[in-house]
Design a protein around this ligand. Structure first.
Ligand code: DGL
Length: 266
């Protein structure tokens, strides 16, 4: 069986786990949310790199995965090179879906919605230079949307006005052309999609990167450790705390048994 380590700052990576489960129902998944470091959006680059590389080193030693999925744009746009340099394992990252957006837009106006960290990265600007030169790309940083997704997943309501304030800058009119694609460049955001669709000033296509990431994971792990497998896994928080009760059923639906870090290592 294939054992995957899937890592995010919070619950966002579960949107990726859901797609991995669809593509590889038998994979064993160790899901780790760095709740002690959440949110990643405001971290300074060097500090975030050190933190994530250090955590991943400990998790690789403790859980011996076959591949690691950094299910977080804010971290992936920074830490993939140092991780690949240090560990001889396949790493799959999540980076803003600028290329598919440029291919799919009809109006030529697209928005990339992500954390402030992801939006200001050279990596993100490089993707635009490489794939979307012909488009008008609006980079929209959101300081709160990931935290709203965390609240939503815990069963707490998030007001429409608060969400609209975060997404409104993504909707622009340029010379009679309007935004027609919004790239969800944070793995937390797909959990808010019904609300995002309802609140959008006009209909757009929202690009959720998770299916493409799951396909990539299937490609890099194809043929690894074939055989009978559980399709199970565990979920833990870097704080060592127990998962909030509202999350338990959601984790189990994804085949993840919530655990406290002290009992989950090794
Ligand atoms: N889910 C993460 C991402 O894709 C980060 C959210 C955060 O820590 O603010 O960027």
């Amino acid at each position: 069986m294939t054992r995957l380590l899937v890592f995010d700052s919070g619950v966002g990576g579960l949107s990726v786990v859901a797609e991995i489960r669809r593509a590889q129902p038998k994979a064993e998944i160790v899901y780790v949310a760095d709740d002690a470091g959440f949110p990643y959006g405001d971290w300074e680059d060097a500090a975030l790199t050190d933190r994530v590389v250090g955590l991943i080193a400990g998790l690789i030693a403790g859980h011996t995965p076959d591949a690691v999925v950094i299910a977080c744009h804010t971290a992936s746009t920074l830490v993939l090179p140092p991780l690949r340099a240090r560990f001889d394992l396949p790493f799959v990252g999540t980076v803003p879906a600028v290329k598919p957006a440029a291919e799919q837009t009809r109006s030529g106006v697209v928005a990339v919605l992500g954390t402030y960290g992801t939006i200001r990265r050279d990596y993100t600007r490089g993707l635009i230079d490489q794939f979307a030169k012909e488009c008008h790309v609006r980079l929209v940083g959101s300081g709160n949307l990931a935290a709203y997704a965390e609240r939503h997943m815990r069963g707490e309501a998030v007001g429409d006005a608060a969400i609209l304030a975060e997404i409104a800058p993504a909707f622009i009119e340029d010379d009679g052309r309007r935004t027609d694609i919004v790239v969800l460049a944070c793995t937390h955001y797909p959990f808010l999609l019904p609300q995002l669709e309802r609140l959008a000033p006009w209909p757009v296509d929202w690009i959720d990167p998770a299916p493409a990431i799951a396909r990539r994971v299937a490609t890099v792990t194809g043929g690894m450790r074939p055989g009978a497998a559980s399709g199970g896994g565990i979920a833990l928080l870097t704080s060592g705390k127990a998962w909030p009760p509202a999350m338990t059923a959601q984790l189990r639906r994804l085949g993840l048994e919530p655990q406290e870090a002290a009992t989950a290592s090794g």
